[in-house]
Design a protein around this ligand. Sequence first.
Ligand code: GDP
Length: 473
Amino acid sequence: ELANRMAERAVDIVKFFMKQGQMMKPGDVIDADTAELVASEFGHTVKRVAESDVEEGMFNIEDKSEDLKSRPPVVTIMGHVDHGKTSLLDAIRNANVVAGEAGGITQHIGAYQVEQDGQKITFIDTPGHAAFTQMRARGAQATDIAILVVAADDSVMPQTIESINHAKAAGVPIIVAINKIDKPAANAQKVRTELLQHEVFVESMGGEVLDVEVSATQKLNLDKLLEAILLQSEILDLKANPDRTAEGVVIEAKLDKGRGPVATVLVQTGTLKTGDILVAGNEWGRVRALVDDHGGQVKEAGPSMPVEVLGLQGTPQAGDRFAVVENEARAREISEYRQRLAREKSVARQAGQRGSLEQMMSQLQTSGLKEFPLLIKGDVQGSIEAIVSALDKLGTDEVRARIVHSGAGAITESDVSLAETSGAAIIGFNVRANKQARDASEQAGIEIRYYNIIYDLVDDIKAAMSGLLSPER
Ligand code: GDP
């Protein structure tokens, strides 16, 4: 590879090493200092760059405004469970399968495109905000418009509110689909009024949020919903440059028995073509084939188009960014760099694992500290007080529990960061950790223990603390 970079013959470099008394063959690894020596011996000027520069140039090429062309909107459907997200996704897809087209067969690849008034719309095929959040957590934003589904025979529910908050946090405009209007108990007006309390102001309430009454099962007003999406998309003025190397995001990825690693990607800018070499997350590969949402092979995919990519060496993760690079060497370099980074991170995480009671105990023991820091969250204030006083009684001259924080409610991200900075274990009594807290605790290597019986909790802590007592006693 060094020969390649210098545009020299590999055999000449091997010869150079031989003269130095070193037997080398192509593919052997040399360190940076040696590489620098060799390069300067061959008359090249060496510029040492930081490893992080390896990725430079990806994801930040500016497009000239005259190169930008309109692109289809990418839509995610969110809302409370059972309000009809899946039914709506299916209804829109099925209504749009043109008779005779590929036998009307649709392929679930993680996203699909439909056409309305000659314009395309891309739907992310995973309902709910889980996919949305996962992508955002990995730094990718795939969605342009969020469809908030609310059942007209129900109310604004907890996941409706969560969806609103996610869309708002991401700065993604909402279109409200008031679903199940075929039901006798349907009351669309009630939904609109309830949405006011969560600062979603639909047009008839003097706001700017578009809303459409639909029935997914009766296929009512689906075209109106698509028209609303196109209208919103026009306001957003979505554009991308199709005439450049492709970049985008991985929507789904799996290891297929027959086809190897298969990733569904959403092209966000540029055009992805077969034969392209791409890096996706820690993986890379040469695009062997592109498959669209009807199961047909395509030669290329432009902005906002979802396609399955075949030919990757490994399976990337949903939410990973991808980009086409100039050659295999560069693809390898970037993916190796990222894999090493990921390995180092996971090793560091394991080394830093301090959450489990046993590990904490032994760590405290070696450090000579005789305090056992704990963060306690419970369902009600009463049980927390009972736990704290029981733990207080366990304390001896030698070792005692130190409660760094206690409170009622679910375990949150801020609890985890508090536990991290104070080296505490987290105890949940009749409460769970929310998703962000779980992710954060995994990242930080902090174990969260759950209990629903005070006796069990106190017993475990007692056992852990007795391990802290000096061994001679
Ligand atoms: P999701 O959990 O939000 O994906 O909801 P589903 O799509 O699974 O729908 C939940 C239930 O509501 C299913 O039994 C659907 O058949 C039903 N449902 C969905 N849309 C409608 C609709 O427009 N009208 C009626 N009557 N039922 C619907």
